[in-house]
Design a protein around this ligand. Sequence first.
Ligand code: CMP
Length: 138
Amino acid sequence: ATNRTFTMIKPDAVANGHIGAILNDIIAGGFKIVAMKYIQLNEETAGNFYGVHRERPFYGELVRFMTSGPIVAAILEKENAVEDFRTLIGATDPSKAVEGTIRNKYAKSIDANAVHGSDSDENAAIEGNFFFSMFERF
Ligand code: CMP
């Protein structure tokens, strides 16, 4: 397994003032920030990023929500990064997220679920490459 994953702090968590608290939890969880930017997705960029979900019933709402305000995108580094980050953030549906996880603390619904985390090493690399050039990684 590689030691990197990709995350976004989603528009709900940004709008609700949780950027700082979430970054604190990520760093306290042992992750190093390799790359980070504050940006807003549009229909085209969100559609490209979430292309794998195009046929899913929640796709339209997903793109609408993810383009609704700015996000923080980041590449994170830690041993066993993908799996450990998914443990730190908790289940996709925040009502099922374990107590103390980022989604348990900051998420409101399955769409407005505060953060994204890559689901595999392969997707972590694809998603990180989507947002960041080699000159933006440290
Ligand atoms: P994310 O990890 O960013 O990837 C796809 C997103 O779709 C997911 O987080 C959820 O916020 C959203 N979503 C909405 N409904 C569902 C669902 N039924 N299953 C999975 N993801 C969903």
